[in-house]
Ligand binder design. Sequence first.
Ligand SMILES: Nc1nc(=O)c2c([nH]1)NC[C@@H]1CN(c3ccc(C(=O)N[C@@H](CCC(=O)O)C(=O)O)cc3)C=[N+]21
Length: 296
Amino acid sequence: MTAKVIDGKAFAAKVRAQVTEHVARLAEQNGIQPGLAVVLVGEDPASKVYVKNKHASTIEVGMASFEHRLDASTGEAELLALIDQLNADPKVHGILVQLPLPAHLNSELVINRIAPAKDVDGFHISNVGLLGTGQKSMVPCTPLGCLMMLRDHHGSLAGLNAVVVGRSNIVGKPMAQLLLGDSCTVTIAHSRTKDLAEVCKRADILVAAVGRPEMVTGDMVKPGATVIDVGINRIERDGKNKLVGDVHYESAAAVAGAITPVPGGVGPMTIACLLANTLTACCRANGLEEPKGLTA
Ligand SMILES: Nc1nc(=O)c2c([nH]1)NC[C@@H]1CN(c3ccc(C(=O)N[C@@H](CCC(=O)O)C(=O)O)cc3)C=[N+]21
């Protein structure tokens, strides 16, 4: 079998088009423009590229983008003061603090300072708790994007065996919660899991979010399964820089029923969902109806 390729880039374009339409309607009917503030501390080159892309996509859908670039040596008090200022700013509906932060800053403290209603990353402990108890929350962008692609491909996910490889707070854990919310039977596997290949092979839905290049290979995939590759790893091969996922694409695609590529899979959906979350936050802040199909 050769897997169907799930085109995250095309899917993300559709999501952004929906967001654009809704943003235009908000301007016309309510005179409101959703705004996203992105805070970048330091000079990490990968982070700079992400922040630039986020800024461009925000403008493209008609939202206001507020960029705050702070020096790598910025102190905790200064960063917290900026977050307080953004929390209080009515033009800002979403706040994202780019991670990782420089080592001298406590990211838990910083993230939990963001007003939960503006936490478009869904990383605040309040949003984590709301998601875990099935209440309305802001949902982390990467798992939300994965969920949208899975629902689109499968229709209902009820009763399917889902295995999430990786237990991070930003992907693995919220992904597991979302799959459980859609009535999958969920297993969270990780680096210490015994017989990882055997566990993965039971999955109808296999989500790889371990951060290890090409770790999930075809022999770990159940024939016909849907494979979602969350990994973004820059490696050098044959003297060239290459972007690969956490899945060994060739061998997995030979066995899977459907698979997301890297690049062009989960990554573009993450940014589209950030915009969707900003729109959702703006609608909630103004007591307006939320966009349909753009939330969990
Ligand atoms: N507070 C916070 N929220 C985040 O959502 C967040 C973050 N910090 N820190 C860094 C990670 C990484 N991340 C990506 C988003 C899009 C692509 C993406 O669009 N990737 C493209 C191409 C990437 C390329 O060519 O480099 C693709 O996969 O096709 C990748 C990675 C969001 N992150």
